[in-house]
Design a protein around this ligand. Structure first.
Ligand code: SF4
Length: 309
């Protein structure tokens, strides 16, 4: 698609979404052109709140499947559309509700803390959900006499446990995209750019996080660059964040910590798919009532604990 065609498609989407009062929320890992036509761009936590707080009755979620499911759980009276229902998250799919039920039977004194990057069925059997932007705060508010089982991202679990000095048992899975960032790569890039700040996502390996100047959610990384007086940054998260950062700070130099920090599932959402989704109101995402109700309890608990002062 050439530049003119892309621009025409964008204009058509903007016009039609206004006509149909469709609110588009997109994740920071989306393609630049998708972020540009969105009403709201944010990380998983901010997307969940944006869906819940939107006045529109139809919400299109430009993100992977668990993000659309989360919106459907938090907004049972709204129509939630996914422009690409096959866009999924391999880490989210690595864990099952059955595994958690079995774990609970064997460890009844344990709280199950579930990363929002999971299917609705898994959230439904969890005590509380977390995102990378609120996990540390939420876990620090859980009773200290309870053991914590964190699923499914072991890197996030290990990074939080170190920050909180609290023992956390983690499920054995990780984001295949953030896992590509290596300690050696960071050391090499740091040697090439000694003045650069290293900012990474806590889904990266703890060895990588230990070398970083800052580890935090995608929104946290964005804010750090925007507020910093430094000029060069080595970024250890998915490449889509560059668009949002450069929009606010075009003068800053960003270096991706690995060329492979590109999530194919996030990038599978295109303008053409969004246009089709708006035209035909496809594909509506629903979560079965009993699962949605139970998952909503874990999600609302997250929102409640994350909002506490
Ligand atoms: S970046 Fe990682 S955690 Fe996020 S959707 Fe892609 S595979 Fe899943």
């Amino acid at each position: 698609m050439n530049k003119t065609e892309k621009q025409q498609l964008k204009e058509e989407i903007l016009r039609k979404k206004q006509e149909k009062s469709i609110y588009i929320i997109a994740h920071y890992y989306q393609r630049s052109e998708v972020q540009e036509i969105a009403d709201f761009v944010g990380d998983s936590y901010a997307m969940a709140l944006a869906a819940r707080d939107s006045e529109s009755e139809i919400i299109l979620v430009a993100g992977v499947d668990f993000m659309a499911e989360t919106a459907a759980i938090l907004c049972p009276d709204k129509i939630i559309l996914s422009p690409e229902p096959a866009a999924t998250c391999p880490m989210a799919n690595s864990i099952s509700a059955e595994h958690i039920r079995t774990y609970r039977e064997l460890h009844p004194d344990t709280l199950v803390v579930t990363y929002v990057n999971t299917p609705a069925e898994v959230k439904a059997v969890s005590d509380v959900c977390v995102t990378s932007s609120n996990a540390e705060k939420i876990i620090s508010r859980l009773p200290e006499d309870k053991k914590i089982y964190f699923v499914p991202d072991q890197n996030l679990a290990r990074n939080i446990a170190r920050g909180l000095d609290r023992e956390i048992t983690a499920y054995d899975s990780a984001c295949p995209i953030h896992a590509v960032v290596t300690k050696d790569e960071i050391i090499k890039l740091k040697a090439e750019h000694p003045e650069a700040l290293v900012l990474v996502h806590p889904e990266c390996d703890p060895e990588v996080v230990q070398l970083a100047d800052y580890a935090g959610s995608t929104a946290g990384i964005l804010n750090k660059v925007v507020k910093s007086d430094e000029k060069i940054f080595i970024i250890g998260t998915e490449s889509g964040i560059f668009h949002a950062i450069q929009k606010q700070c075009p003068e800053k130099q960003l270096i991706l910590a690995s060329k492979e920090l590109i999530c194919p599932n996030m990038k599978s959402i295109t303008l053409s798919k969004i246009k089709y989704s708006i035209d035909d109101l496809e594909t509506p995402i629903t979560v079965p009532g009993n699962i949605a109700r139970q998952a909503a309890v874990a999600l609302e608990k997250m929102i409640e604990l994350a909002s506490e002062k």
